[in-house]
Design a protein around this ligand. Structure first.
Ligand code: IVH
Length: 671
C-alpha cells in the first residue's frame, strides 16, 4: 500500500524539526524545547517509520544516536561505539531479559541515570591519554585538555589490577547548587545563559580554551568501560574496581534482584532525586552478569542488556495565557503566569511565579509565549525560558500595573528593591492583617491581647478593615466576646488596652503606620525633627533627608506613603477615633535660639558624648542636625573614624570641627 502523502509530509517535517533540535542541542548547547517534547517528536517519527517501512532511510535522525560533532574541534572515532539506552519500563525490560536468557530471576545492576555530558576516557599505562565527548556515538570530539581540568577525573590510576589500556565511559555533571551562580556570572559577562545543568556541563566541556573549563565546578561519574578489563564477571564488580583505581562511581548504585528489586530501586531513587547534588532523569537497569550481557547483544544501536526507566520530566513546554499580579502580606507585587495546564514533575501545573518585573524583562517573557516550565520537588513551578522561535504574532508585553490590583493605591518601586509594592499599607486588604498586627505591636501602639488569632478573626469576620476600625464604637466588649476563645473578661481587657492606646507619642504613632524602611529609630528621629505629624506629612523628600540617617530611599518611601490618599484617610479616621499625642515645638531650625539656622552634620564617634546627646544639645539651642553634607551645612563635627561625610565637607569647603570645637560652640554659641 502506498504511503499517503500526508504521512510522508509529516515524516519529512518531523525529520527537519528533529535535525534542527539536534543541532541546537548538541552543537549549540542551546535547546529550545523540553526533552519531553523532543522525545514525543522522536517517538512520532519512529512510529511512522515502523508503520510505513518505506519511509525509513539511512539519513533519518532515528538511525543515528545523537547530534553531529562540531566541526571546529578535533574528531575522535570511537573504537567501540558509544551506544544509547532504550527507554523501557522495569516490567518490559525484565520480561524481555528473562525470556532471552531463559531465567526466572535475574540479577541486575541499578544506577542513577546521570543527566550530563557523556564522555569517554582512555588510560594508557595508568595515565589519562585521551578524553572525548560522545558526539553522534561513532565520532566524538577530542577534549583531552579540557577534561583534564575536571577535578575528580584522575590523571593517573592507582590501586590493583590496572590494565595497560582501558577506556572508561561516564558522565560529566554540572552541580545543581552552582548552576544559578554560573548563569549569574554569564549574565554579568554578557554571555549566553545555560538552560539547564546538562547544557551547562556540555557548554563547559566544549570550549576552545581549557582555562574556561577549569573555571567550572564540573564533576564526573563513570558507569562502564568500553573494553580493556579482564577477569571480571559482573558489571557491579567492574564499577567497584574502577572505584579502587580512583575513578569516581555513583555511590547510589545497587545490585537488584528480579523485577521486585528494580521497582524498589526506582522508588528509592525517586525519593532521593531531590536531595542529590546533581540532576538525574531516571534510573538505568543493566543485566549484572557480563557474560549474559554479551549473550543478549544489541539492536538498533541500543544494547539489549540495559534499559533506562525515566522519571516524569521536570521540564515541559506550555503557553502563558495571561499574567496576573498577586499582592503579598508586605505589599510586594508578584507577577504570576497563568498557564495552559501541563503535567510536569508529577503534577499538573497551572501557574508559575515570575518573581518580579526585572525577571520578566531579563527572560523576555510575553503574554502568549510558549515557555519551558520547570518543577523540581516541592519547589514552586518556574518559567525557565521562552521558546522564542514559537512566539505568536499577538504576544503582548507585560506591564506592571501602576495601581494595586487589591486596593487601587499607587504602586512604587524603590530604587534598591526588585519588588514593586503597593503603597497603601494602611488600607490594602492584602496587607490588612500584617498592618493591624504591626500597628498593635508592643513597640508601636502597644495594644496588649491583640494578637494573631484575634486579628485573624476580626479581619475574617469583617469587623475591622484598617487599624482605624479598632477605635470605632462598634468594636465593644459584646462584639469581641462573641469570638472564638474570647471570654468576656479578656474581651474587656482588649477593649481597655485599645482605649489606653489612644494616648500615645508621635514616635510610636509614626512607627505604627508601618511605612516601609521606617523602623523604630527612624520614627523617633522623624518625630523629634518635625515635632508634628502635619509637618511630617507635608515635608518634601529634601526636607526629610535633613533627618539623621534618612537618605534618598527612605525619604522616597515616606513621601510615597504620605501621598497615598487612602493612607491619609486612615490617619484622619484614627485621629477622629481619638488617637492623640503631644505635639512638640516646630521643627528645629525654624525655632528661635542661639543656633537657629545653623545645620550640623555628625560623623564618626565622638570621644565623650554619644551622637544622640550631641544632637539633643544642638537642637536644644535651635540648631539642626542633618544626615548629609551640603553647601548649606554650617559645621561638620568629626569624631573618630569619620565616614565619607568628612571628605564631602572638605570638597564643599564646609567648616570641620571636632568635639572640643562643638563643646565650645555649645557653651558660647555666639562665637
Ligand atoms: S550505560 C549501555 N549508565 O545515558 C549503554 N548510561 O541514553 C551505555 N547515562 O549515553 C550507557 N547514566 O550518557 C549508562 N548509569 C548510566 C548512565 C548512562 C546516564 C547516559 C549516557 C548514555 C545515555 C544513553
Amino acid at each position: 500500500m502506498p504511503v499517503p502523502g500526508s504521512v510522508r509530509e509529516r515524516a519529512a517535517e518531523l525529520r527537519r524539526e528533529i535535525e534542527e533540535h539536534n543541532h541546537r542541542y548538541y552543537v549549540l548547547d542551546a535547546p529550545t524545547i523540553s526533552d519531553a517534547e523532543y522525545d514525543r517528536l522522536f517517538k512520532e517519527l519512529q512510529r511512522l517509520e515502523r508503520e510505513h517501512p518505506e519511509l525509513r532511510s539511512a539519513g533519518s535522525p532515528t538511525q543515528r544516536v545523537g547530534g553531529a560533532p562540531q566541526t571546529k574541534f578535533a574528531k575522535v572515532v570511537h573504537r567501540v561505539p558509544m551506544l544509547s539506552i532504550r527507554n523501557e519500563s522495569a516490567e518490559k525490560f525484565d520480561e524481555r531479559c528473562r525470556k532471552a536468557l531463559g531465567s526466572d530471576e535475574i540479577e541486575y545492576a541499578a544506577e542513577p541515570k546521570l543527566d550530563g555530558l557523556a564522555v569517554t576516557l582512555i588510560y594508557e599505562s595508568g595515565m589519562l591519554a585521551l578524553g572525548a565527548t560522545r558526539g553522534d556515538g561513532t565520532t566524538g570530539e577530542n577534549f583531552t585538555a579540557n577534561l583534564r581540568t575536571v577535578k575528580n577525573i584522575p590523571s593517573r590510576l592507582k590501586g590493583p589490577r590496572r590494565p595497560d589500556k582501558v577506556e572508561v565511559r561516564g558522565e560529566v555533571l554540572f552541580p545543581l547548587a552552582e548552576f544559578a551562580r554560573l548563569n549569574e556570572q554569564q549574565r554579568r559577562l554578557g554571555e549566553r545563559e545555560f538552560v539547564n545543568p546538562r547544557n551547562a556541563a556540555a557548554g563547559s566541556v566544549r570550549q576552545l580554551d581549557p582555562r574556561v573549563t577549569a573555571g567550572r565546578p564540573l564533576s564526573f561519574f563513570a558507569y562502564g568501560v568500553a573494553d580493556g578489563v579482564k577477569g571480571i564477571a559482573r558489571h557491579s564488580e567492574l564499577l567497584d574496581l574502577l572505584g579502587q583505581w580512583g575513578i569516581p562511581v555513583a555511590p547510589e548504585r545497587r545490585v537488584a534482584r528480579g523485577l521486585k528489586g528494580l521497582l524498589e530501586y526506582y522508588d528509592y531513587m525517586r525519593t532521593r532525586r531531590d536531595e542529590l547534588p546533581y540532576e538525574i532523569d531516571g534510573v538505568v537497569y543493566k543485566v549484572n552478569s557480563l557474560a549474559d550481557q554479551s549473550r543478549l547483544g544489541s539492536a538498533h544501536r541500543e544494547p539489549n542488556f540495559a534499559a533506562a526507566h525515566k522519571y516524569p520530566p521536570r521540564e515541559e513546554t506550555t503557553q502563558i495565557v495571561d499574567i496576573d499580579v498577586q499582592v503579598g502580606r508586605t505589599g510586594a507585587l508578584t507577577p504570576v503566569a497563568r498557564l495552559v495546564p501541563v503535567f510536569v514533575g508529577g503534577v499538573t501545573v497551572t501557574n508559575a511565579t515570575l518573581h518580579n518585573e526585572d525577571e520578566i524583562r531579563r527572560k523576555d517573557i510575553h503574554i502568549g509565549d510558549f515557555v519551558i516550565v520547570r518543577r523540581a520537588g516541592d519547589v514552586i513551578p518556574e518559567v525557565v525560558r521562552v521558546a522564542i522561535e514559537r512566539r505568536p504574532g499577538n504576544a503582548r508585553r507585560f506591564l506592571m500595573p501602576t495601581s494595586c490590583p487589591e486596593c487601587g493605591s499607587s504602586v512604587v518601586k524603590l530604587p534598591d528593591e526588585a519588588a514593586a509594592r503597593c503603597s497603601g499599607g494602611l488600607f490594602c486588604p492584602a496587607q490588612r492583617k500584617q498592618a493591624i498586627l504591626h500597628f498593635a505591636s508592643r513597640r508601636a501602639m502597644d495594644i496588649e491581647g491583640l494578637g494573631d488569632k484575634l486579628v485573624d478573626q476580626l479581619v475574617e469576620r469583617g469587623l475591622i478593615k484598617t487599624p482605624a476600625d479598632l477605635y470605632q464604637r462598634k468594636l465593644n466588649v459584646a462584639a469581641l466576646a462573641g469570638l472564638e476563645r474570647m471570654a468576656e473578661k479578656s474581651a474587656a481587657n482588649v477593649v481597655r488596652a485599645i482605649d489606653r492606646s489612644r494616648r500615645t507619642t508621635l514616635a510610636r504613632f509614626v512607627y505604627a503606620l508601618g511605612i516601609r524602611n521606617v523602623g523604630e529609630a527612624t520614627a523617633a528621629d522623624l518625630a523629634r525633627h518635625f515635632g508634628s505629624l502635619d509637618r511630617m506629612v507635608q515635608a518634601s523628600e529634601e526636607d526629610l533627608q535633613q533627618v539623621q540617617d534618612v537618605g534618598p530611599v527612605v525619604a522616597m518611601s515616606i513621601r510615597r506613603f504620605f501621598t497615598e490618599p487612602h493612607n491619609l484617610e486612615v490617619i484622619r479616621q484614627l485621629r477622629v477615633g481619638g488617637v492623640h499625642w503631644e505635639e512638640t515645638a516646630p521643627a528645629p531650625g525654624k525655632k528661635a535660639g542661639a543656633l537657629a539656622g545653623k545645620t550640623f552634620v555628625l560623623t564618626g564617634t565622638l570621644p565623650s558624648m554619644t551622637r544622640e546627646e550631641a544632637r539633643e544639645r544642638i537642637e536644644a539651642l535651635g540648631g539642626m542636625v542633618a544626615g548629609s553634607v551640603s553647601k548649606q551645612t554650617g559645621f561638620v563635627v568629626a569624631g573618630n573614624e569619620p565616614g565619607s561625610k568628612l571628605d564631602k565637607a572638605r570638597q564643599l569647603g564646609v567648616v570641620v570641627i571636632d568635639e572640643a570645637g562643638l563643646l565650645r560652640i555649645l557653651k558660647e554659641p555666639s562665637s
